[in-house]
Design a protein around this ligand. Structure first.
Ligand code: ADP
Ligand code: ZN
Ligand code: ZN
Length: 714
């Protein structure tokens, strides 16, 4: 007897959303089985999607190839996982194979059955030796006693029938709630698994340490695995296998972890759910937060269908002090359950806002004198400060005042950034780097000067301004910098965080990576020094981001209430701005996220913007801007007459803000719809048209196109 499995393989993005290939097999293969199949001259990894015992109509035995091998020993990917992948492919307009295979660890593609069997045996042995360590019967809570707020939130979360928004102030103990919720779930069900997602694992080694410390004694050394793109291929394979086989009880990962195979999934935590890094910016541009919510629903339905405990659910918790407006709106509507934890652990106050009106400061000052004075006082008392600036390098532009030359990148429509430390001009878009010229390349003028400020410059200036300030131990004040440049080398980030935790460093200057998640105990002052760049950006989400960033950054201050009061100090958030009267600051002063969100949502509603309207972008990369736009406009024209076209607004093609990167011209076209359903149905109908339009004469020079559903910036 023969079977005719349909198999999904890593097909190009647009080979059709549901596409799979038909093979032949002597055995009936369970859907979800991993196989190796011939494709052209190669043999590739694939996932069995269905396995009928009759060939699809019109296909003969001679036209199909046999499955080359089955990855024995690996349980099939279950139906819930396949449903998640199918949904993601469909919703984000990519092929099933692309999404399915991208969700598997890359190394799995290179292993043959024998190598895999060896790997699995090794893991089993490790597991067997570990299994003696844990004492799973131990049901005592390993963590601190919860505050009343935390306890109420935890109880409500564990009874929730809907996705939960844990809206907790910075330092209110959200992480502790995740930890105890995790512990309860894992102790209640022997095969339960928990997925904890964070924006960037590397930034917060502290969080991983907290989870390990808590759970390895309870569930063994292999109970927690990480999944993120910074791991080696071997580590990723091991982590994935542990999750897939159920050996790992907890997966701590970045957005990619949302697609991991987790057969026992009972709880998903999305920490800092507002963070833009949950939205993928390449390939299938999925939102890991939105997929997490969908996944919890699928898992819950499956548990209900299995029977057994009728109350069994997979819960999902989205945590933030500054939720995304999408999530906030869902909570307002009652689709999500909002649980608030307004108080900080230890009863500490949230930082007081100090606005510095830059109109009243000495001309050209990067740091206002009162801010520097406030920092000096704190350093002298043994407190730490943090200075936030969203621009690395020394200055964003180098310019000649004689002829007007500027350090433009020859390959991009952007300026190269001046890095003083290694004397380079570097393009942050394409990476093109050159040594800083001695004189103006246009006119030979020796007097070329930086314009604007970056983290290197602020670090340099602060070191000068604080040169005479002494710490309580009599030593000089120390300034350090943390950004993508200073943390490029492996281990350097951990080292820099350590100097901050140990108090070696008094002032940390850095980009937004210093604002996220860290639990520094001695910081009492945080300063945002170029906030206005976020106030007047053209992107309608810019105020939301700025508010979140400043509130999160401020959240690094005064986390240890006992320390702050023993110092007789008060924690402060300083913001330098040219427009202190901006309403965003009024809300920030009151730590009033609800007021800010209400105002933003009202604006969005009247403009029909998300979450009230629904958007997608069609993006095109081409050799010329003209070709990119011509393709987009042709695709828009060809949409006439498609189903649901009348429920859709298609805008004219426009160049991206940075229209050329690495010599590729970029343009986009906005698609708007009143309902998500209409948008989805239209995009499905449009997909084949988009493929056809590639071969139009006016699209010559098109390099690629992509659809971005629910884009984060337009
Ligand atoms: P968040 O995630 O909301 O910013 P954390 O969970 O990191 O807050 O908690 C802030 C600090 O308070 C951490 O140092 C944490 O160890 C501590 N903490 C949290 N909950 C408690 C508690 N119930 N009792 C004592 N300390 C706690
Ligand atoms: Zn010049
Ligand atoms: Zn460039």
């Amino acid at each position: 007897m023969a079977f005719w499995p349909s198999v999904v393989v890593a097909t190009p993005a647009h080979s059709g959303v549901g596409a799979s290939l038909t093979y032949r097999s002597e055995l009936s293969l369970t859907p979800g089985t991993l196989v190796r199949v011939p494709l052209g001259a190669r043999e590739v990894l694939g996932v069995v999607w269905e396995c009928p015992d009759e060939p699809p109509e019109g296909l003969t035995e001679a036209q199909t190839k046999a499955v080359a091998g089955v990855l024995e020993g690996l349980p099939p990917l279950n139906a819930r996982w396949r449903q998640l992948v199918r949904f993601a492919a469909q919703y984000y307009q990519r092929s099933l194979g692309e999404v399915a295979l991208a969700a598997l660890p890359p190394q799995l593609r290179d292993l043959n059955a024998v190598q895999l069997a060896r790997r699995l045996k090794k893991k089993e042995k490790q597991q067997a030796t570990r299994a003696v360590e844990p004492a799973p019967e131990d049901t005592t809570a390993a963590g601190p006693e919860l505050s009343d707020e935390q306890r109420e939130a935890l109880q409500a979360l564990e009874a929730a029938q809907a996705p939960v928004l844990l809206y907790g102030a910075t330092g209110s103990g959200k992480t502790e709630v995740y930890l105890q919720a995790t512990q309860h779930v894992l102790q209640a069900h022997a095969d339960a698994q928990v997925l904890v997602m964070v924006p960037e694992i590397n930034l917060t080694p502290q969080l991983e340490a907290r989870f390990r410390e808590r759970f390895e004694p309870l569930f063994g050394a292999g109970a927690l695995v990480c999944l993120h793109s910074g791991m080696t291929p071997a580590q990723r394979l091991n982590g994935w296998l542990a999750a897939h086989t159920g050996q790992a009880r907890i997966v701590l990962g970045t957005r990619m972890a949302v697609l991991a195979s987790l057969p026992g999934l009972r709880l998903i935590v999305v920490d800092e759910e507002h963070d833009p890094s949950y939205k993928s910016q390449e390939g299938a541009r999925y939102s890991a937060r939105d997929l997490a919510v969908y996944r919890a629903k699928v898992e819950t339905e499956a548990l209900a269908a299995e029977g057994g405990d009728p109350a069994a659910r997979c819960r999902v918790v989205l945590g933030s002090a500054t939720p995304s407006l999408e999530t906030w709106h869902a909570a307002e509507q009652g689709r999500y359950l909002r649980l608030a934890m307004p108080a900080r652990i230890g009863g500490g106050a949230l930082p007081r806002l100090r606005l510095v009106d830059m109109n009243n400061q000495p001309k050209g000052a990067v740091l206002a004198p009162p801010l520097v004075a406030a920092m000096a006082e704190r350093i002298a008392r043994g407190e730490q400060c943090m200075v936030l600036l969203n621009r690395r390098g020394y200055a964003p532009v180098l310019a000649c005042h004689d002829c007007g030359w500027k350090s433009a990148c020859p390959h991009c429509s952007a300026f190269r950034v001046f890095h003083k430390l290694d004397r380079t001009l570097r393009c942050h878009h394409c990476g093109f780097t050159e040594r800083v010229p001695r004189a103006c390349p246009e006119c030979g003028n020796l007097d070329i000067a930086p314009i604007g400020k970056g983290t290197e410059q602020v670090e340099e200036q602060l070191a000068g301004l604080l040169a005479d300030v002494k710490r309580p131990d009599g030593g000089p004040a120390r300034v350090a910098r943390m950004d993508a440049d200073s943390t490029r080398l492996k281990g350097s980030l951990e080292q820099q965080l350590a100097t901050m935790h140990s108090g070696e460093v008094d002032v940390l200057v850095g980009t937004q990576m210093i604002a996220k998640g860290h639990d520094f105990r001695r910081i009492t002052l945080v300063a945002g020094i170029n906030a206005d760049s976020g106030l007047f950006a053209s992107d309608y989400r810019a105020p939301e981001r700025l508010f979140a960033l400043l509130l999160q950054a401020g959240g690094r201050a005064g986390r240890d209430a006992a320390f702050v009061s023993s110092q007789g100090s008060q924690s402060e958030l300083w913001v330098q701005t040219w427009t202190p009267q901006h309403p965003l600051f009024a809300a920030l002063r009151q730590h009033d996220f609800p007021a800010f969100a209400a105002q933003q949502l009202a604006e969005r509603e009247s403009a029909g913007m998300p979450p009230f309207g629904h958007q997608a972008l069609l993006r095109a990369d081409a050799k010329t801007q003209q070709a990119a736009q011509a393709y987009l406009n042709a695709a828009a024209q060809a949409a006439d007459g498609l189903p649901h076209r009348d429920e859709i607004t298609l805008y004219p093609a426009v160049p991206l803000t940075i229209q050329r990167v690495a010599n590729v011209e970029r343009a986009q076209l906005l698609v708007e719809a009143v309902s998500r359903g209409a948008l989805q149905r239209f995009l499905n109908a449009w997909q084949p048209v988009l493929l056809e339009c590639r071969s139009l004469p006016q699209a010559r020079g098109l390099v690629r196109f992509a659809v971005d559903v629910d884009p984060l910036s337009i």
